[in-house]
Design a protein around this ligand. Structure first.
Ligand code: M6P
Ligand code: ZN
Length: 191
């Protein structure tokens, strides 16, 4: 186990930026266009418009050792691919028995969750929401508002990220614009 010195990070609630800056990465449409329900529309945007920035992550990356507690912010830009709101890729934890906490910093979001045995759950989030992701639940966040949706996440280092099942099968539920507002509906393409 590494002995790490205690540290503090200043977090900008509007942008998720960390000061001092730590690990940063971006996810663009080209990184995940196949995950959107309307793949033709995603491909059209890529070809005719731009490789949109969907979200970025600022994280205090820590050694992947049991006991370490990585934490980071995710800022999802507002927008849709067809009717489907911008979202994260979503993942199970490689070690399924590990949970996570999300804390809303700004904007409006939806947390979509599902288990491998077929349960689903949706949680609306805003500034000040502390959402608990229990062990065994895959999680994807969606920006259902007109501004950036920014949240802080805290997870056990040993949890790991498993994207395989989501990349292959998708999520059981989609967050779509319906009648002028967000609605969570069954995904007809769920494998
Ligand atoms: C949150 C945490 C991170 C995750 C990030 C982006 O900040 O859950 O562990 O990496 O969201 O989500 P994803 O990895 O599904 O793209
Ligand atoms: Zn996670």
């Amino acid at each position: 186990m590494s002995l790490i010195q205690p540290f503090v990070t200043a977090v900008d609630f509007r942008t998720g930026a960390f000061k001092p800056q730590r690990q940063v990465y971006q996810r663009r449409l080209s990184d995940m266009w196949r995950m959107y329900a309307d793949r033709d529309e995603a491909a059209r945007i890529l070809a005719e418009e731009s490789d949109r920035l969907i979200y970025d992550v600022h994280a205090a990356a820590l050694p992947a050792e049991e006991g370490q507690i990585p934490h980071g912010t995710t800022r999802i830009r507002p927008g849709r691919i067809g009717d489907e709101y911008h979202m994260t890729k979503g993942h199970y934890h490689a070690r399924r028995e590990q949970g996570e906490v999300y804390f809303g910093l700004s904007g409006r979001g939806m947390l979509l969750l599902q288990t491998e045995s077929g349960e689903t759950s949706e949680i609306e989030m805003g500034a000040g929401s502390a959402a608990y992701i229990p062990p065994y639940w895959a999680h994807r966040t969606v920006n259902i508002g007109a501004e950036d949706f920014v949240f802080l996440s805290v997870w056990p280092a040993e949890a790991g990220h498993d994207y395989g099942a989501i990349e292959r099968d998708g999520f059981r539920k989609l967050a779509l614009l319906r009648d002028g507002g967000p609605a969570v509906v069954e995904n007809p393409q769920f494998a």
